[in-house]
Design a binder for this molecule. Structure first.
Ligand SMILES: NC(=O)c1ccc[n+]([C@@H]2O[C@H](COP(=O)([O-])OP(=O)(O)OC[C@H]3O[C@@H](n4cnc5c(N)ncnc54)[C@H](O)[C@@H]3O)[C@@H](O)[C@H]2O)c1
Length: 253
């Protein structure tokens, strides 16, 4: 579905090469935004960019960048402003999972890596973008958290800790910046059919996981991207510091 809901808006999406990030770029473009995608995987990113420009010619640019690098993300923000004149929306989505392991057995370097990408990467993205977002005067910063940002999960202590921390950051930054016209919110996907999910599960585990979801299936990346579009738009103008859960009912008590 196409619309002009986001016409005139300029967005930056991290982790735009695959999965939810790619879907976010495509959905933002379909609703009229101009978008810069950023990812460490240049081939995947180029494919996202091609798909977006096929949908709306001239709507998409991309730049390689690692969210853990302030230099890279500073360059991505500068690139968005150079190409499209400003920045109104950031979808801070890049993230990594972890191999399942009891908390006490997680290697320290793996713990550090998961926190570095999922949490510090979010902070680095926020810090690089915030001067431009404040200039926009009507900006939206959207973090990809997770259903595992509010509950525990066996074997995933590093990932779960990182996503709980993402929500803490979102709530605090929302308070800091709401008076300056920047809304900070999170989307919390449940199990979503992306390369991350398929690489960390076997078909048997996937079938067990599906059975426990009230909706009876995994989410599609586009269903998470639609929440991002809403949070990026004026339709959510009074939504501040919120976590929008999109999980097929998986977290209903
Ligand atoms: N798939 C799910 O079930 C699910 C559920 C809840 C939350 N999430 C979250 O959604 C986000 C996207 O996940 P996905 O499932 O689309 O994953 P994915 O692995 O399919 O895609 C992630 C993208 O991020 C990129 N990336 C990784 N590290 C990066 C870095 N340091 N800098 C820039 N880009 C980097 C990867 O190259 C990849 O293109 C993540 O934050 C993840 O934690 C996913």
């Amino acid at each position: 579905m196409e619309s002009n809901l986001l016409t005139g808006r300029v967005a930056l999406v991290t982790g735009a090469g695959e999965g939810i990030g790619r879907a976010s770029v495509l959905a933002l473009v379909q609703h009229g935004a101009r978008v810069v995608g950023c990812d460490v995987d240049e081939d995947a990113l180029a494919e996202t960019d091609r798909m977006a420009n096929d949908l709306r010619p001239g709507s998409s640019r991309c730049i390689r960048g690692d969210v853990t690098s302030p230099l890279d993300i500073g360059a991505a923000v500068a690139f968005a402003v150079a190409e499209f004149g400003k920045l109104d929306v950031v979808h801070a989505n890049a993230g990594v999972s972890q191999p399942a392991s009891p908390a006490g057995d997680i290697p320290l370097n793996l713990w550090r890596r998961v926190l570095e990408v999922n949490l510090t990467g979010l902070f680095v993205t926020f810090q690089a973008a915030v001067p431009e977002l404040v200039k926009s005067g009507n900006a939206s910063f959207i973090a990809t958290a997770s259903g595992l940002g509010v509950v525990g999960a066996p074997g995933l202590a590093a990932y779960v800790a990182s996503k709980h921390a993402v929500l803490g950051f979102v709530k605090s930054a929302a308070l800091d910046y709401a008076p300056r016209g920047l809304r900070v919110n999170a989307v919390a996907p449940g199990m979503t059919d992306t390369p991350m999910l398929s690489s960390s599960t076997t078909p048997e585990i996937r079938s067990d996981m599906t059975a426990s979801i009230p909706a009876g299936r995994f989410g599609k990346p586009s269903e998470i991207a639609n929440v991002v579009v809403w949070l990026a738009s004026e339709l959510s103008s009074y939504v501040v510091g919120a976590t929008i859960v999109a999980d097929g009912g998986d977290s209903i008590d």
